[in-house]
Design a protein around this ligand. Structure first.
Ligand code: GDP
Ligand code: MG
Length: 430
């Protein structure tokens, strides 16, 4: 499935013209991959609309190939689905962790302590989960290893009292992470409790911890927590597993926030700042997106124009054909040529007027020529032109048109003062 997306991108790269059908095809493959990754259907449809609209309506940025243009739009739209980039401040702050039991709150609390500790801040954690037996010990074990103080009281039944006492106990600490209890389902008393904790702590941030495997259910959870305490960041855990994490995007959309961190393992250092490129790639299961774009460029290999040889007059019919072929792969000839820095090259309008049908006709006519004639078409006299027309099932006029076209190209290239070997690929990337 992720392969189909890769294929779609490759197909796009090989297309002479990126038209509506090509964009539709890419968007369809993208939709399939996203839905497979648990991204909410409504989000996927919204994304598809924006990609199509932009790909077909936005003006091609100067110097950019059509394919790169479309890929870039796809990437930008995917990134915007991830929400605005979340800043992680290194100022003194309090962070309240929310989420269901088993989502990874306690583990993430310890990981965050480690994160801020490494940034040189004094950190501490409060465990106000007095619901699950062993919750305090779990956090204590994790934090002891990194010498981070934690506050908790397994015997205290009142979570609010724990929090109040914890804030007092950790008053010298710069960053306080408040780990909360989660239940098996979203229950009113849990929501009630976290609202009260929120009122007491008045945290700088309220982050929702979501298991990457959660899928569509992420949306409802996010809504409930958001309505209760106003979520301003999402942490996706267990991204090291098989889950693709698309469900978490619903949580992002629902809370109008963004992903702050990604949990990528069970140890305390397995926490990564959110990086859209990596996340999108993982979600779509297609490796590094940048690498993909580069791979797509392989399709255009052979797009090098040997200008030196041309200027030396060694521009044969074969060369012309090869280059037309390469140019045709990259998009409409006019568009491609208009991007080149062709100083002094006066290109007649007819040069642009080569369709793939015409190219096929050229190729068949050239098959009836000798190697010498293709190297030097001036050898072609009237009788040879008639023979070639007959041999290739075309008219004399067709053959003359080919020769005329060749001469026109040759003249145009003679006027080209650039020199040196230049790469079409490099041009396209500028
Ligand atoms: P809580 O109930 O929300 O506090 O969840 P816990 O922090 O206790 O985590 C539940 C389970 O998920 C534990 O076994 C953790 O080791 C595991 N876990 C948490 N985060 C990750 C992660 O990023 N990757 C993996 N593989 N396991 C994780
Ligand atoms: Mg816990």
């Amino acid at each position: 499935l992720s392969n189909s997306l890769k294929d779609a991108v490759k197909k796009l790269a090989g297309k002479a013209v990126v038209d509506r059908a090509a964009v539709d095809e890419l968007v369809r493959d993208l939709q399939r991959a996203l839905i497979q990754a648990d991204v909410n259907v409504k989000l996927v449809m919204g994304l598809s609309q924006s990609i199509k609209k932009r790909a077909l309506e936005e003006e091609l940025p100067k110097g950019m190939g059509v394919r790169d243009h479309v890929l870039r739009i796809v990437y930008q739209e995917l990134v915007s689905l991830m929400g605005p980039e979340a800043e992680v401040s290194l100022k003194p702050q309090t962070i309240l962790m929310a989420g269901l039991q088993g989502s990874g709150k306690t583990t993430t609390t310890a990981k965050l302590c480690r994160y801020f500790q490494r940034k040189g801040l004094k950190v501490g954690a409060i465990c106000c989960d007095n619901f699950r037996p062993g919750a305090f010990t779990q956090l204590q074990t994790l934090c002891q290893r990194i010498n981070v103080p934690i506050y908790g009281d397994p015997k205290e039944k009142d979570a609010l009292r724990i929090v109040k006492n914890g804030l007092t106990a950790l008053r010298d600490v710069e960053v306080i992470i408040v780990d909360t209890a989660g239940r098996h389902a979203l229950e009113d008393d849990l929501i009630e409790e976290i609202m009260q904790i929120n009122a007491i702590v008045k945290p700088s941030h309220r982050w929702l911890v979501i298991d990457a495997a959660l899928g569509q259910a992420a949306r409802d959870q996010a809504r409930r927590f958001h309505e209760a305490i106003g979520i301003d960041g999402v942490v996706i855990t267990k991204m090291d597993g098989t889950a693709k994490g698309g469900g978490a995007l619903s949580a992002v959309a629902e809370t109008n926030s963004s992903i702050v961190f990604i949990g990528s393992g069970e140890t305390i250092d397995d926490l990564e700042r959110f990086e859209p490129n990596g996340f999108i790639s993982r979600m779509l299961g297609m490796g590094d997106l940048k690498a993909l774009v580069e791979r797509a460029e392989d399709v255009m290999e052979g797009g090098d124009l040997d200008v030196n040889a041309m200027l030396k007059g060694k521009f044969t019919l074969k060369d012309m054909y090869k280059q037309l072929e390469a140019l045709n792969k990259m998009g409409p000839l006019k568009q491609v040529l208009s991007m080149l820095p062709l100083g002094g090259m006066n290109v007649p309008n007819e040069v642009y007027d080569v369709t793939s049908v015409k190219m096929e006709r050229y190729r068949i006519m050239m098959d009836s020529m000798t190697d010498d004639e293709m190297d030097d078409p001036s050898l072609l006299g009237t009788s040879r032109i008639h023979r070639i027309a007959m041999g290739s099932g075309s008219s004399v006029d067709d053959v003359r048109e080919l020769i005329k076209y060749y001469k026109m190209m040759q003249r145009a290239l003679k006027g080209f003062k650039g020199g040196g070997r230049f790469s079409m690929n490099r041009m396209m990337k500028q």
